[in-house]
Design a protein around this ligand. Structure first.
Ligand SMILES: Cc1cc2nc3c(=O)[nH]c(=O)nc-3n(C[C@H](O)[C@H](O)[C@H](O)COP(=O)(O)OP(=O)(O)OC[C@H]3O[C@@H](n4cnc5c(N)ncnc54)[C@H](O)[C@@H]3O)c2cc1C
Length: 375
């Protein structure tokens, strides 16, 4: 047993994935988390493990590796997950052109995709609105987890298999070489990784001012269906989502679709809205989202944005039977220079690992292994 020690700041998915990767390299790891439980972006998301949004190459492979680790953990902890894939529904010719091009593109790299006809969609899945439906891109790569359960139970798994400890309610107030301070208490470690998510300004205010990084606030809703047996059978997206993910820029018709959406749905573009639905094992339906970009946000949710999301959702699904249970928002940091993550050596043995944007559930486990391999 090695006697190397590491401290990770932050018990979100990126901090816990980093702790796991460090433990695999022989470190005795302690995570320090300022809250009494993980309350950041990692419990506020859709729980979509989303390879379809990642371009071919390193990012797609990272998503597949991360999914493998999620499944290993969730299976061991007996937490349900759904390998239900995803559909992107097309309701006009511009959307249909994009999904057909994406099908050609993804199938060349052996991804498990098909184009479904309206009849196939309505036969295979429940609750989809068939009116004006032209087709859909179905992908079998996506997995849905319940992020609240998945994140809440991860610490026990990390303790059991990797001997990782978490000090809850321990705000880190300063970091120097080999030393982490929580107010007047000092902790020593050979290696320190700061995975503080959207709270990036507390520990390194001046560094973060000069970095190309911003925060994004997303509005979310949770519904239940009055029909307790209702199961969609997949996770659902529409044309707006085709504009959202990097991997979809492989379609040459995307610009034409973007022009059309900008002209017909300007409020959606202005509020960064694209509409997605995931369903967990208890049947609850998570719906979102919008994207506001700034360094600080008002804490209040905007009902107008939720109405825009729901109006668009009605085009995709029959939702008359759904009851609203919860609304919330989540915030994550995102790189503004096109980078998909931030890995920064601050001083000897001190690293910042952050900036994974809207893909942290999909990519963190794989990214953390790659980042730790570079240390
Ligand atoms: C609404 C929403 C929907 C999303 N949907 C998806 C999705 O479906 N699929 C997907 O792949 N990704 C999704 N994402 C993105 C994903 O949730 C994030 O990329 C990921 O959770 C970021 O993880 P993190 O560990 O960096 O941040 P966080 O989960 O925010 O964790 C950071 C932790 O650091 C702690 N911390 C900060 N400063 C200190 C300090 N000084 N001392 C001690 N502790 C500290 C915080 O308390 C917090 O617990 C979504 C994000 C949001 C907000």
């Amino acid at each position: 047993m090695s006697d190397k020690t590491a401290i990770v700041v932050g018990a979100g998915i990126l901090g816990m994935a980093t702790a796991r990767a460090l433990a695999l390299k022989g470190y005795k790891v302690t995570i320090m988390e300022k809250s009494q439980q993980s309350l950041g972006a990692s419990i506020r998301n859709f729980g979509m493990l989303w390879p379809i949004g990642q371009p071919d190459g390193q990012l797609y492979e990272r998503a597949i590796r991360s999914r493998e680790i999620w499944k290993e953990y969730l299976s061991d902890a007996k937490i349900p997950f759904d390998t239900c894939g995803s559909i992107h529904l097309a309701y006009d010719q511009e959307e249909q052109d994009v999904i057909e091009e994406l099908y050609n593109h993804f199938s060349k790299s052996q991804r498990p995709v098909t184009v479904l006809s309206p009849t196939e969609i309505l036969n295979k899945f429940n609750g989809i609105n068939g009116e004006n439906l032209k087709g859909a891109l179905y992908s079998n790569d996506e997995t849905i987890i319940d992020p609240r359960e998945g994140i809440k139970n991860l610490p026990a798994y990390l303790k059991r298999y990797y001997n990782i400890d978490i000090l809850w309610g321990t705000a880190v107030t300063n970091v120097t070489i080999n030393t982490v301070w929580s107010f007047k208490t000092k902790y020593n470690a050979d290696l320190i990784c700061v995975c503080s998510g959207a709270d990036f300004e507390t520990l390194y205010p001046s560094k973060f001012k000069e970095l190309p990084i911003i925060k994004s606030k997303l509005q979310m809703m949770r519904f239940v269906s009055k029909d307790t047996n209702f199961k969609i059978g997949t996770s659902v997206c529409g044309g707006l989502s085709l504009l959202h993910y990097k991997s979809f820029t492989a379609s040459s018709s995307l610009d034409k679709l973007k022009e059309k959406i900008e002209a017909t749905l300007p409020e959606y573009i202005k509020n960064g809205i694209h509409v997605m639905v995931s369903q967990n094992d208890r049947g609850e339906l998570t719906v979102g989202d919008s994207h506001e970009y700034a360094l600080d946000f008002e804490p209040f949710d905007n009902q107008y944005i939720n109405e825009l999301i729901l109006n668009y959702l009605k085009k995709l699904m029959h939702i008359d039977n759904w009851e609203l249970q919860q609304t919330w928002n989540g915030i994550y940091p995102k790189m503004t220079n096109g980078d998909t993550d931030l890995f920064l050596k601050m001083e000897p043995g001190v690293y910042i690992i952050n900036g994974i944007g809207g893909n942290g559930m999909t990519l963190s486990f794989g990214f953390a292994e790659e980042a730790v391999a570079k240390i």
